[in-house]
Design a protein around this ligand. Structure first.
Ligand code: GAP
Length: 450
């Protein structure tokens, strides 16, 4: 295995590209932005959807032991008491009495000196800050109307455990999957979309019988998640599966693995996979007084299933796809022998926002533009296509920068003999193909790159 630990790109370059090409914008930018919130632009919205679809396909559609779910963002406040979030979901923060900046105590090198203004002994004592975002329900704002925006999607699946297994007629081992927004009032959001206050999670809650095979189920999930990242092209050498030690895991968890990616600033968590025992169902049974055990018809006995959880951040995974795909290359033109540089995003074809770009050689020749538009429309039901026109060099440059795997050029020969040029993003090699064969050719090439 080759090692490739040197970052290919800085976060400044990623942020600039994301804005220039319409992947990600700062939220409410015209008002100066709002810390920890981001908007996905025309290409970013597709990129993130492709990442979520890839997760959903693997975790729900291709399995018969996992059911879909979509719970509300605001839940009964008791949910968060039972889950422990009201009492414990906090980070320690410190304020600088001089520059008034606020920091997460575990994110700064020393509590003696302010990392921003540099003054000594100006930081307050660390104190707990609950990360749940609050809202209030109904016309009166008092403690009785207080509610929270969920800090994870998982609890919706726990409190519905009985509704789900009974209505879907499932028995452990089986899982519940959900993708949705979560909110955390992070003290210091940052690193672009890595630490946000509003973000999306894809969570799988997999319930297994208490028959001793729980660790095997956990290990299977770690392996399945490893395969998922590799199937979508995330470079192995920049991904690690860090096994939590006894000290790092909560007391009730038998095992835990953090999936981490080597971002330009260092390793960052993308997903946590955990063996959580019966902790979550037990906590809700205790506070609600309702039975959330599984009743096994065959043996006429009931038990609380053990939970294996995989919880992945969709924004962090999308950011990983952008960073991991980024290449800045020097290329040599075979004819002129000139060298130029190009930025290319080598997205996996299933993740790429545009799979096939279609252009005419000249924008002012209606025979060419009409033929190119006809070809693009014919391919649209089968691939994510985009028609564009303009200077040929700039068109390729743009499609490379947005990570389009294949581009079709319609020229004068196309009008004469019905063939087109197909250019490969990565090799930049070109093939001459009959337009009638395009659909099969593109399908094969996009599949081959997958
Ligand atoms: N239900 C388990 C749970 O929520 P977590 O480790 O707190 O576990 C899971 O969160 C994933 O959610 C993280 O690995 C990360 O990808 C994502 N995530 C958590 N906080 C985030 C934030 N502030 N911004 C973006 N993604 C976040």
């Amino acid at each position: 295995m080759t090692t490739d630990q040197t970052p290919r790109v800085t976060m400044e370059e990623i942020t600039a590209l994301a804005k220039r090409r319409g992947f990600i914008f700062q939220s409410s930018e015209i008002y100066g932005g709002i810390g920890g919130f981001f908007d996905y632009g025309p290409l970013g919205a597709i990129l993130k959807r492709n990442v979520k679809d890839a997760w959903w396909r693997e975790m729900v559609e291709l399995r018969d032991d996992i059911v879909a779910f979509d719970s509300s963002i605001v839940m009964h406040p008791s949910t968060w008491i039972a889950s422990g979030h009201v009492a414990n979901f906090s980070d320690k923060m410190v304020d600088c009495k001089n520059c008034k900046h606020r920091f997460r105590a575990d994110h700064i090198p020393s509590l003696e000196r302010c990392p921003d203004c540099g003054l000594k002994d100006t930081l307050t004592e660390p104190r707990a800050f609950n990360l749940m975002l609050q809202t209030s329900i109904g016309p009166l704002e008092d403690s009785a109307s207080r509610a929270y925006l969920r800090p994870e999607t998982a609890q919706g699946m726990f409190v519905n455990f009985k509704n789900i297994y009974q209505s879907a007629r499932k028995r452990p081992p089986f899982g519940i999957a959900q993708i949705g927004k979560s909110f955390r009032n992070e003290i210091t959001p940052g690193n672009f979309t890595y630490r946000m206050r509003e973000f999306e999670q894809a969570e799988l809650e997999y319930f297994v019988p208490d028959d001793g095979a729980d660790i095997v189920a956990y290990e299977r999930w770690v392996a399945a998640r490893k395969k998922w990242y590799s199937d979508y092209g995330v470079r192995e050498e920049r991904l690690r599966f860090y096994e939590l030690t006894d000290k790092e895991r909560p007391h009730y968890a038998k095992a835990g693995t953090d999936v981490e990616y080597l971002f330009p600033w260092g390793w960052g968590e993308l997903e946590s996979i955990a063996h959580r025992g019966t902790y979550d169902l037990d906590a809700h049974m205790q506070l609600s007084g309702k039975d959330l055990t599984y009743f096994d018809e065959a043996s006429k006995s009931k038990y609380t299933p053990i939970l294996i959880e995989s919880s992945a951040g969709m924004d962090r995974t999308t950011l990983t796809m952008l960073v991991d795909a980024y290449h800045n290359e020097t290329v040599r033109d075979a004819e002129s022998e000139k060298t130029t540089s190009r930025v290319v995003l080598r997205f996996h074809p299933k993740i790429a926002p545009v799979q096939v770009g279609v252009f005419p050689l000249a924008r002012n020749k209606s025979e060419l533009t009409e033929r190119a538009r006809t070809i693009e429309r014919a391919l649209r039901p089968y691939f994510r296509t985009q028609y564009d026109e303009g200077n040929v060099g700039q068109l390729y440059r743009r499609q490379d920068e947005i990570g389009t795997p294949l581009c079709i050029m319609v020229d004068y020969d196309s009008l004469a003999d019905g063939t087109v040029t197909v250019r490969d993003r990565d090799s930049m090699l070109q093939d001459r193909i009959a337009a009638t064969q395009l659909r099969a050719f593109l399908a094969e090439r996009l599949e081959a790159g997958s």
